[in-house]
Design a protein around this ligand. Structure first.
Ligand code: ADP
Ligand code: ASP
Ligand code: MG
Length: 414
């Protein structure tokens, strides 16, 4: 049976963690596996910082890059002999970043972002593939840019499904395969990325096209819980949920699964298992097409939100023409609305506080409207809420906006 395994940054944060991943992979010896890797630990965040400093033309950009280098060289120094070819491979990957840094920033920041940040996944996958080979686990490393074909919307590229299907079927003919999550390639051969946390999505695309029997995503938590343990004390494992429930949880921002992951699996009825790489005795969460009547409240927190309230300059009604202008701006900046609400004279939207997009959006909106905004707010969602769950959540908090539907209640909290 073909199985796709996906390991995120936390599972491969250092040499011990990679050895643990190796022991997990070894238990899949009888399967045809495709293994998708993210960048090591928090490397994507570090590379984003490199991009920021590069765009701001800060002289400290090379210091930040050096931190990324140190992290990788410390790791391969531990894992390989000095004459191993991995040192050349890693040198060359860092050279690709340095070539970008030598030029002036492009007018399209997202393009530079993708050329720099994608290197994180290339580094981790090359290192792990070489490490497995060194330990007699033969594998074929396939560059995701040969198989994941996208449009040229850098930093948030969309998949060209027909080209990707053709490429995956052409390249993936032997197993085991190792490849990168998160990254892809345009028809002009430019590297793209699929949006933060996009590796889960890559794994789902591959599973769909290969008609895999299962996708297993390995996490630092026991599976999908009814709340993020970083924010809530007493969390409960959801051992079996439907595709629909998983889509809802991901849509509202449950960080454990990327929102685009479920649909490609649901289309081919491929079960998804979310398991802990630290606790192999636990089967984690099974997500499939079974109808499950789960009415337990689940809590979702989205941090770093901005609530923007827009009203007409002469305090008249917000009319359709205004709404269509506001939505055209959101579409221009490719901004997703997490919650919206309108009243007689104002229209409010809650969006992620993306540092390059939000100031530009606010700039354009203020030219035509009165605009108020609260940044650093949080968006809380409860699926399958009841009175007790609401009371516990909002106790002592300042609520800026509330929205309730049959299954879901949302609060914007400052
Ligand atoms: P990866 O290593 O694959 O990138 P992430 O860090 O993106 O993994 O996702 C795992 C994290 O998701 C957990 O550590 C947890 O803090 C967070 N999380 C948010 N919501 C949930 C939830 N409902 N169930 C489990 N984990 C959650
Ligand atoms: N490395 C990327 C990120 O951290 C993609 C991923 O991990 O899914 O966003
Ligand atoms: Mg992640």
């Amino acid at each position: 049976m073909i199985k796709v395994l996906k390991f995120g940054g936390a599972s491969i944060k250092n040499a011990e963690a990679i050895e643990n991943v190796f022991s997990i992979i070894n238990t899949f010896k009888d399967d045809d596996v495709v293994i998708v890797f993210s960048a090591l630990g928090k490397v994507t965040n570090m590379l984003e910082e490199v991009v920021d400093r590069y765009v701001q033309k800060s002289s400290t950009v090379y210091e930040k890059l050096q931190e990324v280098k140190d992290l990788h060289y410390n790791l391969i120094n531990k894992m390989f002999d000095q004459d191993h070819d991995i040192f050349n491979i890693v040198n060359n990957l860092f050279l690709e970043i340095e070539w970008v840094l030598e030029e002036d920033p492009n007018t399209e920041i997202s393009y530079d972002y993708d050329q720099i940040v994608s290197v994180g996944e290339l580094l981790s996958s090359n290192i792990i593939s070489a490490f497995l080979k060194l330990n007699n686990f033969e594998n074929q490393l396939i560059d995701a840019r040969d198989i994941i074909k996208t449009d040229n919307q850098f930093q948030n590229a969309s998949i060209d499904w027909s080209l990707t299907t053709e490429a995956i079927k052409r390249h993936i003919i032997r197993f085991p395969v190792i490849t990168q999550g998160f990254i892809g390639c345009t028809s002009e051969n430019f590297t793209t990325t699929l949006g933060r946390e996009g590796s889960d999505f890559t794994a789902a695309i591959i599973a769909n096209i290969l008609d895999a029997g299962k996708l297993i995503i390995w996490k630092d938590v026991d599976g999908v819980l009814n709340a993020d343990p970083r924010f809530f004390d007493k969390t409960i494992l959801l051992d079996h949920i439907s595709f629909t429930e998983a889509i809802e949880l991901a849509f509202y921002g449950a960080k454990v699964i990327h929102p685009k992951t479920i649909q490609p699996l649901q289309k081919k009825d491929i079960p998804l298992q979310v398991r802990s790489f630290n606790n192999l005795k636990n089967n984690g969460t099974l997500i499939n097409s079974d109808k499950i009547n789960n009415k337990r409240p689940s809590y979702i927190v989205k941090e770093n939100q901005v609530l923007i309230s827009i009203s007409d300059k002469d305090l008249s009604f917000i009319i359709e023409e205004h709404l269509s202008f506001i939505f055209s701006l959101l579409s221009k900046y490719n901004i997703r609305v997490n919650l919206m609400q309108n009243s007689a004279v104002s229209f409010s939207i809650c969006i992620d506080n993306e540092k390059y997009k939000v100031p530009e959006l606010l700039g354009e909106l203020t030219r035509r409207f009165n605009v108020f905004y609260n940044d650093k707010v949080m968006l809380y969602t409860i699926r399958h809420y009841n009175d007790v769950s609401i009371d516990t959540l909002i106790k002592g908090k300042q609520i800026l906006l509330e929205q309730k539907s049959r299954n879901t209640v949302q609060y914007i909290i400052s």
